[in-house]
Design a binder for this molecule. Structure first.
Ligand code: ADP
Length: 471
């Protein structure tokens, strides 16, 4: 029963409203009843006081019996009460403690008379009167003569006279309660639905996404948790779609990259098997096959390397490293090729510059960048590694005077498999992606820019303190 958010919001709200409305109605109707009884009490007490004075003056002989009777009738009809005037004092009362005709129980009259004869005004609700055959409001008041109590005024008014009023009050209160419930029910329903509906839709969309099906979800314009949840959900959906798109693109690219060398190899092997290649050309064909297999090997190596870096499966081995010897070590790998291409290779690193880095990752960064710089250089040029600190950060640059990179490709060269038309020297198109990933893992930034007057500069900036990983 409570297994949906809608019900979980709706039912407690409904119960709470019900309790509130009922208790409020009961409280208001009780207050009103008490006010009515108080009012009646006041009127009975003032009538009793008036009659007590009249009776005193009658006892003193100042007024006639007719006048007293007239006063009794007037109070009796104005307060809808039966009036008894009793002439009795303490001594008589103790001798004969019974009283007839009020229709009230003897014990009740006796107890109250004790109070009245002691000079107190008494009011009590709901003793049963046989005379009225109903519950009554009872008011008793002492009659004084020369400062002593000589009798009592008793007023009995049937509760029925108030009952009709109580009934009206209860009816009105019940009507208001029903009206409030009638208005609040659709409001509570609407409110519960407003909260639960977007969550229900999001849940349905999540299930579709999990099943790999397309899901449509409109953003929810509300400035609360539900609105924020919907925004985050849409963000997550977009990110998932982007990742999925990238995954598909990567698979397409990888298949394409693998197919090209495999097709060439198959063609060459077929030609050799069909014996259509003259004997003297066969070594050349075998060399081509070897070159393609080498390309395939480096492609798969690079892909594996990139996948490991992206999955952060290879944590950085950080240590304090002096950069000049590290750069020289990488440069030494290229000395022979550089000499063959008549290139000048140099490292200009601020003396004593040392940083906390992963030395192997840095060697790979420099290796890939130098490999490109040499590959895309023309004879006679210079390839340099420059390193210095800029306000605490390390700036590392690999610069060449080669063919350069077109303006619109400067940002794209870090994408997987991206190669410029002029620069497709049989590389895998993954070298710079690996470099970028390694730089990011060191908390750094990388960009490519044109070198003056010609060539390329790859600029990397590494912060002094960083938390390893991509942020
Ligand atoms: P590749 O293995 O093809 O060199 P990279 O990711 O290292 O792959 O480089 C991507 C592309 O960027 C290259 O194909 C080339 O077109 C361009 N490129 C990279 N470095 C340079 C450079 N120093 N000079 C000119 N073009 C470059």
């Amino acid at each position: 029963m409570f297994n949906s958010i809608f019900r979980r919001i709706m039912i407690p709200n409904l119960i709470l409203t019900l309790i509130l409305v009922i208790s409020l109605t009961m409280a208001v109707s009780n207050l009103y009843r008490n006010a009515l009884v108080d009012e009646k009490h006041r009127s009975l007490e003032s009538g009793a006081r008036e009659l007590s004075l009249e009776a005193s003056s009658y006892l003193r002989g100042a007024t006639s019996l007719e006048e007293l009777n007239a006063a009794v009738n007037a109070v009796g009809s104005s307060s809808e009460a039966m009036v008894y005037l009793i002439q009795i004092d303490q001594a008589q009362f103790q001798e004969n403690a019974t009283l007839q005709n009020t229709g009230l129980q003897d014990a009740f009259v006796e107890e109250n008379l004790t109070y009245i004869l002691a000079g107190k005004s008494v009011f009590s609700t709901a003793p049963y009167s046989d005379t009225f055959a109903a519950y009554v409001l009872f008011q008793g008041y002492p009659i004084y003569l020369d400062g002593d109590v000589h009798g009592a005024v008793l007023l009995l008014s049937p509760v029925d006279s108030l009952r009709a009023l109580f009934y009206d009050i209860n009816l009105t209160a019940a009507g208001i309660a029903a009206l409030v419930l009638l208005i609040s029910f659709p409001l509570i329903w609407w409110h519960s639905r407003r909260i639960s509906e977007p969550i229900r839709k999001m849940e349905a969309a999540t299930r579709l996404i999990a099943a790999g099906e397309p899901a449509v979800l409109k953003p929810i314009q509300s400035d609360d948790e539900v609105g924020r949840l919907s925004a985050s959900f849409l963000q997550m959906k977009t990110a998932l779609e982007k990742t999925e798109g990238m995954r598909k693109e990567l698979i397409a690219n990888v298949s394409h990259e693998l197919r090209t060398p495999l097709t060439s190899i198959r063609g060459f092997v077929q030609a050799l098997m069909d014996d259509v290649v003259p004997q003297e050309e066969q070594p050349e064909i075998l060399a081509l096959i070897q070159a393609e297999t080498l390309r395939l090997t480096s492609l798969t190596d690079d892909l594996l390397e990139l996948a490991k870096l992206q999955a952060a499966a290879k944590p950085l081995q950080l240590e304090q490293v002096e950069l000049e010897p590290l750069a020289q070590q990488v440069l030494s790998n290229f000395r022979q090729v550089a000499a063959e291409q008549k290139l000048d290779l140099k490292a200009e690193i601020e003396s004593g510059l040392s940083f906390i880095i992963d030395p192997n990752a840095f060697k790979q960064i420099l290796y890939n960048l130098l490999d490109n710089a040499i590959k895309y250089s023309q004879p006679g040029g210079t390839v340099a590694i420059l390193g210095h600190t800029v306000s605490g950060s390390l700036e590392l640059v690999v610069e060449d005077q080669g063919i350069g990179i077109p303006e619109d490709a400067l940002e794209l060269i870090f994408d997987k498999f991206y190669r410029t038309e002029s620069g497709s020297q049989g590389g895998t198109g993954l070298g710079l992606s690996i470099v970028k990933q390694l730089v990011l893992l060191h908390g750094g930034r990388i960009r490519a820019e044109k070198s003056v007057p010609e060539g390329t500069r790859i600029v990397m900036i590494f912060p002094e303190d960083f938390t390893p990983g991509i942020h």
